[in-house]
Structures are given as C-alpha cells and as structure tokens.
Write a new protein. Structure first.
Length: 97
C-alpha cells in the first residue's frame, strides 16, 4: 500500500491541533473539525492511531476518525471508481481515427 502522508506529529494546545505532515507544520482548530474532539479531555485526544498509509487519524476513546487531507485542506486525485469499462470507453474516445 502506498503511503499517502507521513504524519510525524500530532499534539494539542488548547483547542488547536498541531500537526507535522510531510515535513510541514499545520495548526487546526479542532472545534471546526470535530465536536467530539473539541469536547474531549487531553488524555482522550492523546490516545490516537495514525493509519499505516497516513490517510487518517483514529481516536478509539471517542470513536472518531478524521482524514489528514481534510485536516490540512488538500485533495488527492483518486483512480477509485474508474473501472475497466470506463477506461476502455475513455481510450476509445481519445483514440485517433
């Protein structure tokens, strides 16, 4: 499985989540991302797991999952949903006559 992100740090200062992702620092207002996380104790916030791919962060005590992309405000192109028939049709449309 390809790694989407390298999540190097997740910490909290008040209602701000401090992230270091792919070598860049981000500050995220958790109250704008998750009411569960915003109302959680520091101990609950500190108990998290980063997915092996770096796609998301899970807080088991809160039953909360947030995508790293959503937290840092980026999108990735995804080939998901494009099946062989779609590719074949696209290739036939773009093929020279």
């Amino acid at each position: 499985m390809d790694k989407v992100h390298e999540v190097e740090r997740v910490s909290f200062r008040g209602t701000t989540m401090l992230l270091r992702v792919d070598g860049k620092d981000y500050e995220v207002d958790v109250s704008r991302q998750s009411q569960r996380l915003a109302s959680a104790t520091l101990e609950e916030r500190k108990n998290f797991l980063v997915s092996p791919s770096g796609y998301g962060i899970h807080w088991p005590d809160l039953d909360e999952d947030l995508s790293v992309d959503g937290l840092i405000g980026i999108k990735h192109d995804s080939p998901v949903g494009e099946n062989a028939a779609d590719k074949s049709l696209k290739n036939s449309i773009n093929a020279p006559a």
